[in-house]
Design a protein around this ligand. Structure first.
Ligand SMILES: [Zn+2]
Length: 175
């Protein structure tokens, strides 16, 4: 099997068996994006949390994490597979790590980074072939752009608190 065929299999697997294809209950951020060029729709939602460490007497000592991420949507196989890969990859990562992954994926799609430089993207490396088709890059970027907009929503909220359970509460009081 050639690398191209292997990548095709990975994309098809994510398309047919999407990871995290459901809306997150009680999301802290959500964003719907539509790609008019192809008709793709991706709605990304996420909830935040923090794994409070044992020394953590300060509630904001540990970095805020994307505790759960999910998506719903429809469209071409590239857009939906990319959403599945993105959800899979970002779940459990810190907000900073997720931002770095978003930047990395964009650089990868622009051809600024080769596949060997973006192993941190996991299965999303399989989207390498998409770069040859500029119209399809939009499809692949859609879920990642929605994720970035979710992070922007969080960034503009200065009222995030972490409850004792490690669950984040945005715009309210930690229970
Ligand atoms: Zn598409």
């Amino acid at each position: 099997m050639s690398l191209e065929e292997l990548y095709q299999e990975v994309i098809l697997d994510h398309y047919k068996n999407p990871r995290g294809k459901s809306a997150v209950a009680c999301p802290h951020a959500a964003c719907s994006l539509f790609n008019p060029l192809c008709g793709d729709q991706v709605d990304v939602s996420l909830s935040l949390g923090a794994d409070l460490c044992e020394q953590c007497s300060e509630k904001d000592h540990c970095p805020l994490r994307v505790a759960d991420v999910g998506f719903i949507g429809h469209g071409c196989s590239i857009s939906q597979a990319a959403a599945s890969m993105m959800s899979d990859l970002c779940r459990g990562k810190s907000i900073e790590e997720v931002r770095e992954l978003c930047d990395l994926f964009r650089q990868f799609m622009r051809g600024e980074k080769g596949a060997e430089e973006v192993t941190a993207l996991g299965d999303a490396v399989a989207l390498e072939g998409v770069r040859k088709f500029s119209a399809r890059v939009k499809c692949a970027m859609l879920a990642w752009e929605a994720m970035e907009k979710c992070l922007d929503q969080i960034g503009s909220s200065d009222t995030i608190t972490i409850a004792g359970s490690g669950k984040a509460v945005v715009g309210g009081t930690a229970a």
